[in-house]
Ligand binder design. Structure first.
Ligand code: HEC
Length: 60
């Protein structure tokens, strides 16, 4: 019984992750890259350091 609920929850979270990825792909990927690696041209154009990348690099 518990295992069934757990499996259902896991399936729900998988669906969430899929929806989130779809959203990311349409809304964020153009600047933040397909895997979160910032698109260098965007950072340059906006004259900012895209901190996500530096943060990602500093943490394992
Ligand atoms: C038009 C390009 C563009 C799009 C589209 C975009 N971003 Fe960004 N994002 C940037 C830039 C540039 C920065 C860095 C801003 C700065 O450092 O002042 C940034 C910063 C961020 C930060 C802050 C990082 C930090 O460590 O401070 C987060 C979080 C973020 N974006 C998430 C998202 C999400 C989620 C989406 C999609 C819903 C998205 N961005 C879409 C350009 C974009």
């Amino acid at each position: 019984m518990f295992a069934v609920a757990l499996a259902a929850a896991a399936a729900m979270y998988a669906a969430d992750a899929k929806a989130g990825k779809a959203q990311y792909d349409t809304s964020c990927k153009s600047c933040h890259g397909p895997d979160g690696t910032p698109v260098a041209a965007v950072a340059k154009m906006r004259k900012v350091e895209m901190k996500i990348s530096s943060r990602r690099k500093s943490s394992p």
